[in-house]
Design a protein around this ligand. Structure first.
Ligand code: AMP
Length: 218
């Protein structure tokens, strides 16, 4: 069992990279955010514990997070290569993940740290539009829909996330820096950190990631 971790702030493209990895390699994406939302919808014990944190936009406690991750690792779907892009978010989660992997003969292959300057990230995020019906992402300049404000896939209405406004974005970038500083130095000391230039087109960022993976035969 092994994993890749993608670290990157808002707009760095880690969701896109996780998606591309799923298509081009054996790595499947495990998202704690998605698993929490599903658990809440199903009303499981984890869902009931996590609900208030999601509603308030707070981080869910580490012990709850590691429980859903371990349940997923132990599902026995035949997959043993995972990408995480929204986990670990704290040093505590990183340590718990190490312990989980120790018990499962697993390892962290690489931690890709996607970096881009604010002058690239801010326009990426302020231009983002999302379909209310099917969730497809667009960008007013980079990936415009055929008809302004209308989803190409389903005809749904496109909207801008309220936290994709410039002042909120600057704050989100600062929060990200604060939250990940410790994680970055933790993985750097372990020798698994690989910085990736994320200010380029998604396929170029992906090319860099694939090159690192190919070098160690992963
Ligand atoms: P996201 O989908 O990544 O925006 O996460 C939505 C919410 O889920 C966050 O605001 C947290 O409440 C919770 N969450 C998702 N992943 C984690 C995690 N690794 N650690 C703690 N809370 C998380």
């Amino acid at each position: 069992m092994h994993a890749i971790i993608l670290l990157g702030g808002p707009g760095s493209g880690k969701g896109t990279a996780a998606d591309m990895l799923r298509k081009e390699t054996e790595y499947i994406h495990v998202s704690t955010g998605d698993m929490l939302r599903a658990a809440i919808k199903e009303g499981t014990p984890v869902g009931r514990e996590a609900e208030k944190f999601l509603t308030e936009g707070e981080l869910v406690p580490d012990d709850v997070i590691i429980r859903i991750v371990e349940d997923r690792l132990d599902e026995g779907t035949g997959h043993d290569a995972f990408t995480f892009a929204d986990f670990p978010r704290t040093l505590g989660q990183a340590e718990l993940l190490d312990r989980s992997f120790e018990g499962r003969n697993g390892s962290i292959r690489h931690v890709f740290c996607l970096k881009a300057p604010p002058e690239i990230l801010i326009p990426r995020l302020t231009g983002r539009r999302i379909c209310r019906s099917c969730g497809t992402n667009y960008h007013v300049v980079n990936i415009p829909p055929q008809v302004e404000g209308v989803c190409d896939n389903c005809g749904g209405e496109l909207y801008q996330r309220s936290d994709d406004e410039e002042s909120t974005i600057r704050h989100r970038l600062e929060v990200y820096e604060d939250q990940t500083r410790d994680l970055i130095s933790y993985y750097d000391k372990r020798g698994v950190l690989a910085p990736v230039e994320a200010g380029k087109a998604p396929q170029d960022t992906m090319g860099e990631i694939l090159e690192v993976l190919q070098k160690d035969g992963a």
